[in-house]
Design a protein around this ligand. Structure first.
Ligand code: AR6
Length: 193
């Protein structure tokens, strides 16, 4: 007799998050929710004006989004299902609650995906670009928070860390190596969700 095992999986790939057909991709946004550079700029460029309209409406309603929080929208022309916008902390030396705020970004994004009944969610390396968070420390927080949160969720079964640079990719590979469910094969950009 087959025994059904509910497996969760944490994966890392190197690439452009805008190409993923995940149920949701996460955007490293700013508090205005109105777009910017880095992955935020890439997501808005690829999604088109419908995403900006939705963000503008949300920002108008709730006055933006503070660091550590997250909101969910549609995905415009992107191949993913939803975009979860979270605002990472700006690195100011580590003494101003940056680690807790960064962990909160991952936790709240996962909770939003869970509430929306989503299965696969892809994260960029939040705060490690313009916001200057040291990459190794940010990677540890990301992997630890996702590893601790995932078993508490029912709907979310797979998390993909999408690294845009070699350094982050190497850091995540190392952290995920040898973990149960923490394999590192690629994720098809154009395969089924
Ligand atoms: N796919 C995946 N990752 C990417 C992509 C992409 N297409 N493009 C960049 N990255 P950043 P932050 C990586 O600066 O540090 C914006 O202006 C990038 O290499 O996008 O949280 C917002 O509006 C880095 O590892 O976000 C905010 O003002 C990671 O994404 C501010 O930047 C995050 O870098 C947020 O800064």
């Amino acid at each position: 007799m087959d025994t059904e095992i509910t497996a969760v999986e944490i994966t890392v790939i190197e690439g452009d998050i805008t190409a993923l057909r995940a149920d949701a991709i996460v955007n490293a946004a700013n508090s205005s929710l109105l777009g910017g550079g880095g992955v935020d700029g890439a997501i808005h460029r690829a999604a088109g004006p419908a995403l900006l309209e939705e963000c503008r409406a949300l920002a108008g309603k709730q006055g933006g989004c503070p660091a550590g929080e997250a909101v969910i929208t549609g995905a415009g022309k992107l191949p993913c299902g939803k975009v979860i916008h979270t605002v990472g902390p700006v690195w100011r030396g580590g003494g101003l609650g940056e680690a807790e705020l960064l962990a909160s970004c991952y936790r709240k994004s996962l909770c939003l995906a869970e509430s929306a009944g989503l299965g696969t969610i892809a994260f960029p390396n939040i705060s490690t670009g313009v916001y200057g968070y040291p990459k190794a420390e940010a990677a540890e927080i990301a992997v630890k928070t996702v590893t601790e949160t995932l078993p508490q969720l029912k709907s979310v079964k797979k998390v993909i860390f999408v690294c845009f640079d070699r350094e982050n990719y190497g850091l995540y590979r190392k952290l995920l190596e040898g973990r149960p469910g923490g394999n590192t094969p690629g994720f098809p950009a154009s395969g089924p969700r």
